[in-house]
Every structure is written in C-alpha cells, then in structure tokens.
Write a protein that binds this ligand. Structure first.
Ligand code: TXE
Length: 480
C-alpha cells in the first residue's frame, strides 16, 4: 500500500519511529494509503534542516525566491489533473470543484506571494529635520504552518507561500485526514529546485506532531487554521513562549437576504454559499435570515434548488455534492440533524445519510439539508457544524437581522443580499465579522485581509497582512 512520507532537508523520508496511520477514502470508506505519524525525532531533524537553511534562504535575492516559487506554481498547474484527482480521493470533494477551486487556488497562492515578495516594502517615518526612522522587516527565522482538511493543498499553500516568500524556513503540517496532496507537493518542491531544508513537511496527528511543532522553542511563529478549540489550545501552549500567532478558526456565518435583492441570483448564490464543498468551508453561510415578506417565496425556490444538487462519486465529473471527509465527521453532522429536530426544527429537504451503490456503497455521503423553525439561540444555530446543513429564519427589520447575525460567538464571514446601496454599507459596517460580501460570496482578492473576530480567530492572512505576519519589524532611528 502507498506510504505518505515526510519531506525533510529536501528529501522524502520515512518517519524515524516507523509509525503509520490509515488513510481512508471518504467516498468508499476504504483504507487506501498509510500516513507517516511523525514525532519529536522527525521534528528535530526538520528543525536542524531549517536551522541550516534559514540564513541562506532569508538572505537570497527576492528575484531568486520568486523565481523558485513561480516554478513551483507552474508545476502545480502542469500536474493539476493528478492533484485534483488526489484531492477528490483523499477528501471526498467533487473532482470538478477540486480542480476549479482547490488546485487553481494552490498555484495562485504561490504565484501571488512570489510576486508579493518582490513588491513588499517597509515603512519610513521622517521626524522633520531631526531624524528619520526606517523599519526593517526581516524574516522571523523558522515558522510553523498547520493546516486543516477541508481545502488540503489550498490552505497549506496559503500559509507556506507567504512564509517562504518572506524568507523564512518552514516546518509545515497538513491535516492527517487529508495528507496526500501535501505529499505530492513535496515531490514538486524537489523538482522546482527549492533549496534543501527551506520547507519541511511533517505528517501525523495533532497530538503526535502538531503539539510538538507549536511548543518547539526554535519555531518562532505559528500560523494555524482549524477548529476553535484547537486554536484556543495552541494559544495557551504558545502564550508563555511569546510566539507570533495567527489563528484562523471556525465560523457560523450569517447570510442576510433582503426583499429588494436580485431574487434568482440570490437564490443560486446562497445555495452555493451554504453547500459548496459539502458545507465544509469556514466561510459557508449556514444561518440564512430572510426578510419576512419574501420568506415563503425564497424558501420554496431555495429548497427546490438544493434538492436538485447532484450527489455522487467525487470522481464523476457531473457530481456537485461529494462525500463528507470522514466517518466521525459524518456521524457528528448526522447527530446535529438529530439535535435540530429535538430542538423543534423541521427538515425541508435532505436530513439523512445518502446511500449509494457500487464503489461508493460505504461512502460518507450526507444529503444537503435545509431546516426551519429554530430559534437563534439553539445549539444548531450556535455551534459550528461544518457540514451540508443550513437553517432558514425570517426577520422583520434591518435591526433585527443584525442582532440575529451578530448573535453567536463567531465572527468570520457574512453575506448581505440587497439592492439598497445605503443599507448595504450600513449593514456591512455593523456586522461583527472579518469579511462581509455584498451580493456575492467567496469572491476573493488575495490582497485583502482574511480572518475573523470573536471566536473565529486572531490576526489576518492575505496580502500585506501575511507578509507582515511572517516578518519581524525593527525600527531604526537615525538622528541627522
Ligand atoms: O480540526 P483540528 P478537526 C472546524 C470544524 C471541524 C472542527 C474540528 O468545525 O468540525 O474544526 O476539525 C492539527 N496542536 N474546522 O478536528 O483538530 C490537526 O492535526 C497542534 C474549521 O479536523 O483543529 C490539523 O492539522 N496542531 C476549519 C489541524 O490542527 C493540532 C477547518 C486542524 O485540526 C493539534 C477544519 C494540537 N494540539 C475544521 N490538534 C476552518 N477554520 O477552516 C490538532 N492539530
């Protein structure tokens, strides 16, 4: 059976202790590869390699770094079909989605930050004719990047690209649930001529290798995307070590539909916002608030559209809705459907595990599920489910819509659907979220700040925010 190995000091290597985890294909429920379950020994090797590589890489010319990173981006594009298939097998997502979103964005991330590095500049502050301050922004040294399973290569590259482009040596850990494309990517790093030790990829569980990465004294910054509970744990572990921390955590994102929206377009996009990637996107709009005067009309059109989503084998090009990522995640989502009914919710469509024939008969498929009749305070509307479930709720006034939208511990993303320009700006200003989309969803410009407020995280990724996170500012004051 294929083994997924680490990438340390420019080479693909087996884990020192020889421990492996099973890797399951979500669409079939079958083990199809084995994953290195790394530990401290592997980490020490990776840190030693990063230590040896960091100064040379950090002092190399921006053009050189950008050239290597662009070569890596080109290699992702050249291998897009293979990578998309690997992502669909490993994660359960539809292959057309994997290609159009995951793999497309992975190379875009790397190319974007390769160019960002060549354009990055630091500040200067003149003090009249007394002095001039200038700020140096040097690489931090060795940084850790820990990524989740919902966008395996996309979020992995979203972190390592700015870390590398700004001159750091990186220890990266992809999710143990979806390690395959990071493994394939390590081979592309060798092909692209990335210098040894500049990037080290360690596979394994959060407990076995994620924890040791976050607490290692030589790793000076941690960029993490994952669950809020894990983020809180990492914040605690790293607090006393004064590491730089960027945490992109969960969401329970509101979608506000006003009666004056473009109806058809809104229905289509709100379906996409709720169910893309089987609802397993931290940005998905899972609480949908609809102005009462169009509630029934919107509900009917929305439910019809959702019930038409084609569930199928992720490798089938016509599939729109693939498998959820694991048995345990599927069980968690199904338990929330049960809970929603106990809390008084009515299922309008979906509500069950979807059973298939043939290759996928043991797959982890869940029907796209729409629920109404719940209040805002119930657990279904407060907790991040991270699956193909959304709730519909009516509202009467803009003020009420805002109170409902802001009524959770999360504050990552939101979308507002209206043709009233003044209202759009007014609501955007008052929503407690790091990201507000007006009449769109997941329209991304990689230069913009990305991240959340409240329990959705600390810090921002994207553009200059990421370049600043991965560099250490030092002010130099020169008296004339
Ligand atoms: O995330 P974890 P899980 C949410 C979603 C999901 C829940 C749990 O609600 O149901 O989180 O998912 C590594 N020290 N999101 O369990 O555990 C882990 O190995 C260091 C939202 O998969 O947070 C993986 O690489 N690292 C989300 C990464 O952290 C640790 C995307 C994320 O895993 C660690 C995914 C530790 N102690 C889930 N424990 C989003 N914001 O997009 C685990 N890890």
């Amino acid at each position: 059976m294929q083994k997924i190995h680490n990438y340390i000091n420019g080479e693909i290597v087996a884990p020192a202790a020889g421990n492996y985890l099973d890797n399951v294909e979500p669409a079939t429920g079958q083990i199809y590869s084995l994953i290195a379950n790394s530990d401290e020994q592997d980490l020490e090797q990776a840190v030693a390699a990063a230590e040896a590589a960091k100064n040379h890489w950090g002092n190399s010319s921006l053009e050189k770094r950008a050239e290597i990173l662009c070569r890596l981006a080109d290699l992702i594009d050249a291998n897009a079909d293979e990578l998309a298939k690997a992502e669909a097998v490993d994660n359960g997502k539809a292959i057309t989605f994997a290609k159009a979103v995951d793999i497309y964005r992975s190379s875009a991330n790397i190319r974007f930050f390769a160019h960002a590095a060549t354009q990055f500049s630091s500040e200067s502050h003149a003090m009249g004719d007394v002095a001039i301050n200038y700020t140096l922004r040097d690489p931090i040294g060795i940084v850790g990047c820990i990524s989740p399973w919902n966008f395996p290569l996309y979020l992995f590259t979203w972190k390592i690209a700015p870390a590398l482009a700004s001159g750091n040596a990186v220890i990266a850990k992809p999710s143990e649930i979806t390690p395959m494309t990071a493994y394939l990517f390590s081979k592309l790093c060798i092909e692209a001529g990335l210098p040894k030790g500049v990037l080290n990829i360690l596979h394994g569980t959060g407990a076995a290798i994620g924890g040791p990465i976050t607490s290692h004294p030589k790793i000076k910054a941690i960029s993490f995307t994952g669950g809020s509970a894990t983020g809180a744990h990492i914040a605690k572990v790293t607090a006393g070590m004064f590491k730089k921390l960027s945490l992109e955590l969960g969401g329970k994102n509101p979608t506000l539909v006003f009666a004056d929206c473009d109806f058809e377009e809104t229905v289509n996009e709100v379906v996409r916002a709720a169910f893309s990637n089987q609802g397993q996107i931290c940005l998905c709009g899972s609480r949908i608030y609809i102005e009462r005067s169009i509630y029934d009309k919107f509900k009917a059109a929305f439910v019809e559209k959702v019930s038409q989503l084609k569930i199928g084998d992720p490798l089938d090009e016509t599939t729109q809705h693939g498998a959820t990522v694991s048995q345990s995640h599927m069980d968690k989502i199904l338990s929330y459907i049960e809970l929603a009914q106990q809390e008084g919710g009515t299922i309008l469509t979906g509500g069950k595990r979807h059973l298939m024939d043939g290759r996928c008969k043991k797959g982890f498929f869940i029907e796209p599920t729409v629920i109404e009749g719940l209040d805002n305070q119930c657990r279904t509307n407060q907790e991040e489910i991270f699956g193909p479930i959304c709730t519909l709720m009516p509202f009467d006034t803009e003020q009420e819509a805002l109170e409902l939208a802001n009524g959770t511990q999360y504050g990552l993303a939101s979308s507002v659907w209206t043709n009233d320009l003044k209202r759009a700006h007014r609501v955007a200003k008052q929503i407690e979220a790091g990201i507000v989309w007006i009449n769109c969803w997941l329209l991304r410009d990689l230069r913009t700040p990305f991240g959340g407020v409240k329990s959705s995280g600390v810090g921002r990724e994207g553009g200059l925010e990421a370049m600043r996170f991965f560099t250490e500012p030092k002010n130099v004051c020169v008296k004339y």
